[in-house]
Design a protein around this ligand. Structure first.
Ligand code: KIV
Ligand code: ZN
Length: 409
C-alpha cells in the first residue's frame, strides 16, 4: 500500500474563494485542526501578498509540531525571501515556487519567452533551495502547457534542486484519462538521482477535480493537493476529504492510503465551514447533512436491516456522531417506529397506528419532519419554539454572523 502525502491549501488557495477571508487567529485554529486530522503539509499562505498573510504563515509555522508548513512564492526573489522568512520557525519548513508555463500565460500574463521562463525556474528554485531544504515547484496552468515544454520545465526545476513537482490544473480543464497520462509521461521521463515526488493540484471548473486527483494518484503521484470541503478560487479545489475517503473505501483499486485520521473529518469540515461562512451543501459527498440520510421507504427499510445495503461509508469512519433517519412522506412505518424509539417515545401497536397516520398527514404538507415535529405529534401540541431558545444578540462582521441565543427559561 503506497502512502500518499496530503497537502492542504485551504488557507492559501482556499482563501482565494470569493468572499472568504480568515483572520490570523482563525488560520491558526484551522492549522491546528488540520494537524490533528493528519495533514502532511499545510500551505499556510502567500507571505508576499500582505503583512497579514506573512504574519499568519509565521504564527502557523511557530505553532505546529508534526505537520510541515509551506508558503507560496512566485518565481521572484523578493517573494522567496518573504516565504523563507515566514516559515523559518517551522519544525519542517518547505517553500512552494511557481511560474506559468502555458503559451497563453507566458504570452499575455508574463509577457516573457519560454526560454526566459526556464531561466527563471532555474534561478528561483536554486535560490529557494539554498535557503530551505524542501522545495516544491509548480508549472502553473500545466494542463494547457505543451507536453515537451512541460517536461523541460519540470526537468529544469528538478536539476535546480526541487524535490516535489506539482502539476496544477489551474483552470480545471483536464480529464482523468488525460491527467493520468501527463503524470505517467512526466514520471517516466524526468531524470534524477534523487526521489522526486509528483502531486496533482486540481480545480473543479468541470466538476472533475477529485476524479482528476485520483487519476494522478493511480498514475504514480505520491502527494495530493486540495482543500477542505473543496473551497477555493471559482468552482473550488479538489476536496481532500473526498480523496481520502475514496482511497480508504476503494483501497482494493487505488492500493494507496492517506495519512488522515478519518474520524476527524467531520470536525475539520465544520470548522472550515464555520470560519469561511460557506455552508456545506446538504448533498455534498462525505460531509453533507444528507450524505448518510435515507428517505425512501425501500432504502430506510434496507438500512435498518443491514446498513451496507445502501451505505458504503459509516458515520463513525468520518466522525459523524449519529445517523438520525430523516423522515419525510416516503418514510415507512418501520423507520417511523425506529424514530420513536430513538426519541424515547413509548408506543404500542394501537398508538403507533394513530401516530403514523398523523405523521403521514403532516408529511404530505411539510417536506422535512423534524424530531420536534414528532414530539408535537405525540403530545398533540404545536411547537412554537423548537429548541426552547430565544434570540439574544446578533453581530455581523463582513460575511460572518455571531448569533447568541439564550434559554427561554
Ligand atoms: O491553481 C494553481 O495553479 C495554483 C498554483 C499557484 C499552484 O494554485
Ligand atoms: Zn490552485
Amino acid at each position: 500500500m503506497r502512502k500518499i502525502e496530503f497537502f492542504d491549501t485551504s488557507l492559501r488557495d482556499g482563501e482565494q474563494t470569493p468572499g472568504v477571508s480568515f483572520c490570523i487567529s482563525e488560520k491558526v485554529t484551522i492549522a491546528k485542526q488540520l494537524e490533528k486530522w493528519g495533514i502532511s503539509v499545510i500551505e499556510a499562505g502567500f507571505p508576499a501578498a500582505s503583512p497579514d498573510s506573512f504574519e499568519a504563515v509565521k504564527q502557523i509555522a511557530d505553532s505546529l509540531n508534526d505537520t510541515a508548513v509551506t508558503a507560496l512564492a512566485r518565481c521572484v526573489i523578493s517573494d522567496i525571501d518573504k516565504a523563507v522568512e515566514a516559515v523559518k520557525g517551522a519544525k519542517y519548513p518547505q517553500i512552494h515556487v511557481f511560474i506559468a508555463t502555458s503559451p497563453i500565460h507566458m504570452k499575455y500574463k508574463l509577457k516573457i519567452s519560454p526560454e526566459e521562463v526556464l531561466k527563471n525556474i532555474d534561478k528561483c528554485v536554486k535560490y529557494a533551495r539554498e535557503r530551505v531544504e524542501v522545495v516544491e515547484f509548480s508549472p502553473e496552468d500545466a494542463t494547457r502547457t505543451e507536453l515537451n515544454f512541460l517536461l523541460e520545465a519540470v526537468q529544469t526545476a528538478v536539476d535546480a534542486g526541487a524535490t516535489y513537482i506539482n502539476i496544477p490544473d489551474t483552470v480545471g480543464y483536464t480529464t482523468p484519462e488525460e491527467y493520468g497520462k501527463i503524470f505517467k509521461f512526466l514520471i517516466d521521463n524526468t531524470k534524477s538521482e534523487r526521489e522526486i515526488i509528483f502531486s496533482p493540484h486540481c480545480h473543479d471548473d468541470l466538476g472533475m477535480a477529485v476524479a482528476n486527483s485520483l487519476a494522478a494518484i493511480k498514475a504514480g503521484a505520491g502527494r495530493v493537493e486540495g482543500t477542505v470541503n473543496g473551497i477555493g478560487e471559482r468552482a473550488g479545489n479538489a476536496a481532500l476529504e473526498e480523496i481520502a475517503v475514496a482511497l480508504h473505501i476503494r483501497k482494493d483499486f487505488y492500493q494507496a492510503q492517506s495519512p488522515l485520521k478519518l474520524s476527524e473529518t467531520a470536525a475539520t469540515a465544520e470548522l472550515i465551514s464555520q470560519f469561511s461562512g460557506i455552508a456545506i451543501p446538504k448533498n455534498k459527498a462525505i460531509v453533507g447533512a444528507n450524505a448518510f440520510a435515507h428517505e425512501s421507504v425501500i432504502h430506510q427499510d434496507g438500512v435498518l436491516k443491514n446498513a451496507e445495503t445502501y451505505e458504503i461509508i459509516t458515520l463513525e469512519l468520518v466522525g459523524i456522531k449519529h445517523n438520525s433517519l430523516p423522515l419525510g412522506k416516503l418514510s415507512g412505518r418501520h423507520a417511523f417506529s425506529e424514530k420513536l424509539t430513538e426519541l424515547n417515545i413509548a408506543y404500542d401497536d394501537e398508538s403507533l397506528a394513530i401516530l403514523f397516520e398523523k405523521f403521514k398527514k403532516l408529511a404530505d404538507k411539510k417536506k422535512e419532519i423534524t424530531d420536534a415535529d414528532i414530539h408535537a405529534l405525540f403530545t398533540g401540541e404545536t411547537v412554537k419554539n423548537l429548541a426552547g431558545f430565544i434570540l439574544d444578540n446578533v453581530q455581523i462582521d463582513g460575511h460572518k454572523a455571531l448569533v447568541q441565543l439564550k434559554n427561554q427559561e
